[in-house]
Design a protein around this ligand. Sequence first.
Ligand SMILES: C[S@@+](CC[C@H](N)C(=O)[O-])C[C@H]1O[C@@H](n2cnc3c(N)ncnc32)[C@H](O)[C@@H]1O
Length: 218
Amino acid sequence: MSDFIVNEAIEDYAFLNTTREPELLQELIDETNKNMGWPQKLSGRLVGRTLKMLVQLAQPKNCLEIGMFTGYSALSIAEGMPDDGKLICCETNPRAIEFAQTFYDRSPHGHKIDVIFGRALDTIDDLTAKGELAPLDFSFIDADKRNYMNYYERVLELTRPGGMIVLDNVLWSGKVLQPESEIDDVLVEMNRRIADDPNVENTFLTVRDGMNVVRKLR
Ligand SMILES: C[S@@+](CC[C@H](N)C(=O)[O-])C[C@H]1O[C@@H](n2cnc3c(N)ncnc32)[C@H](O)[C@@H]1O
């Protein structure tokens, strides 16, 4: 099934009428396509520029990314962050980490990014035990969908009131309309829980495969 559920011509039109990402990120896309398995995991311009815009407006200092891959979204987030901001990225693929680091080393925003190898839930527990994670200002959740509810709940606890959480792939290629698998059910339940929670407000964007933008109220 395609990752894109918006009409392809409309998707192309939106892409062509969105600010281009910096050249380094275009190079990162090309190199990911050439060198990495499953290059379609990379979120791309529409998601990346949306993240950059949100971060540019909110100016979060304490940020978390769950699921970094080759660093496209991380560099998009870092680009909008203040110079003294910190983005902690959780990733389990050592090759993706090595690849991403070569681009962070070349980016004027790379110094804002710290990568931690390992399963995100373990990393969150470790950092929380050391008092190094909360209060979060901004988080981007984009790793294994089976754990989405766990990620969301942990991150929500650690987010300060007024902080933001963005979840990618919340339309799950449209499978949320006719869930058939356990993973489909996780996405459906999580989207419903967010919309019903009086402690947050959200907007569900039909950008690419769906981005849920959540703001913690209290
Ligand atoms: C969709 S990709 C992320 C794409 C990236 N955010 C971007 O926009 O380019 C998901 C990533 O999550 C990683 N991942 C999967 N399970 C994980 C886990 N339990 N903890 C941390 N990362 C995980 C995968 O290795 C993969 O690189």
